[in-house]
Design a protein around this ligand. Structure first.
Ligand code: NAP
Ligand code: ZN
Ligand code: ZN
Length: 351
């Protein structure tokens, strides 16, 4: 099969830095869209994967699943896209499309394992999938999304993971007016959680460990900000939340967060710390509480989220970096030092 030689950035092991790497993309099949990547967001999952913190990485890994670019070629059966269109790809590039979950537009929960954008099993090559830290990507049109043309493309790229991962649970649990809603952690996901909860009309409260983020939290849409390490501040809000979205990437005290919920309140985990969190069962009993999880979103909901963002002018707050700055960017993210998503300008990969 002919293929396209493509520049990328990869890491070869859990302890190596990322560096230049060459990959092959397939020539578009009749249902494929070839995309020249303009911008790719940097998700904390990229770090977990690059360093094999979840124990599921296949090396070499080319991370990146917040992809926005321009269509350069389409297969002859493609209907939704034409050359020159803006197009986006998130965490999924395929799924079985026939199981119960796929039929319900929940491809992220495909019972036959969804094909993740990187470190997944590539059905075409038989090898692994390579993500967005690369010049281009070739994806079946069913897994390519339309990016709103009125949004800054660099600031829209992280909507493909940070956006949908926070939008989906807020919609699923019907967060809105009359509710007190917490978002834990002001990073890539958290800052979008604050924006969406505010846009949906909830009384939005940010929990942060970083006092330096109080003003930004309010600017982004939080009605109140709680410094989660301050016990007195936490006590004042105990038992008062309808819903809390936890985006924290490292070990932390979720029992303290559970104590913030009121009767039948729900704490949803989207952050995925590499080590298991310790849950005190007693903290869930009184008064009755729910602890749940959520994973990105299906294709239909991701398009709905992008359209919502286009209509309401919602984008991410970003810091643009060059591909060559990625290792430094990872170190800054690990120190919670990013405002609030790094986005790679892929033109830097060509230079
Ligand atoms: P990020 O930008 O690095 O933000 C994480 C935030 O968590 C930090 O900014 C910090 O906020 C807070 N934090 C970090 N360490 C902490 C600690 N030890 N104790 C308390 N708070 C801490 O990461 P992200 O890209 O938003 O990703 C967050 C997590 O979600 C990652 O684990 C990622 O893998 C996961 N994720 C899950 C899904 C899904 O579908 N479920 C999708 C994407 C990402 P403050 O400074 O405000 O405290
Ligand atoms: Zn992600
Ligand atoms: Zn399926």
């Amino acid at each position: 099969m002919p293929s396209i030689s493509t520049k990328a950035f990869a890491t070869q092991s859990a302890t190596s830095p990322l560096g230049p790497f060459s990959i092959q993309r397939r020539e578009p099949t009749p249902s494929d869209v070839a995309i020249d990547i303009l911008y790719c967001g940097v998700c904390h999952s990229d770090i977990h994967f690059a360093r094999n913190e979840w124990g599921m990485t296949t090396y070499p890994v080319v991370p990146g699943h917040e992809i926005l670019g321009r269509v350069t070629k389409v297969g002859n059966k493609v209907k939704k896209f034409k050359t020159g269109d803006l197009a986006a790809v998130g965490c999924l590039v395929d799924s079985c499309r026939t199981c119960d979950h796929c039929k319900k537009n929940l491809e992220q929960f495909c019972l036959n394992t969804p094909t993740f954008t990187y470190s997944g099993q590539d059905k075409h090559s038989g090898g692994v999938t390579y993500g967005g830290y690369s010049e281009n990507i070739v994806v079946d049109e069913a897994f390519v999304l339309k990016a709103p043309s009125n949004l800054n493309p660099a600031a829209a790229a992280p909507l493909l993971c940070a956006g949908i991962t926070t939008y989906s649970p807020l919609r699923h649990w019907k967060v809105g007016k009359g509710q007190k809603v917490g978002v834990v952690g002001l990073g890539g996901l958290g800052h979008m959680g604050v924006k969406f909860a505010h846009a949906f009309g909830a009384h939005t409260v940010l929990f942060t460990t970083s006092p330096s983020k109080i003003a930004d939290g309010k600017r982004l849409g939080a009605d109140e900000v709680i410094i989660s390490k301050n016990e007195d501040e936490m006590k004042k809000h105990a038992g008062s939340f309808d819903f809390i979205l936890d985006t924290v990437s490292a070990d932390h005290d979720i029992n303290a967060l559970l104590s913030m919920l009121k009767l039948d309140g729900t704490l949803v985990l989207v952050g995925a710390p590499p080590t298991p969190l310790a849950v005190n069962a007693m903290g869930l009993f009184f008064p009755r509480k729910h602890l749940a999880g959520s994973l990105i979103g299906g294709l239909k909901e991701t398009q709905e989220m992008l359209d919502f963002c286009g209509k309401h002018n919602v984008v991410c707050d970003i810091e643009i970096i060059k591909m060559q700055q990625i290792n430094e960017a990872y170190e800054r993210m690990l120190k919670s030092d990013v405002k609030y998503r790094f986005v790679i300008d892929m033109a830097s990969l060509k230079s």
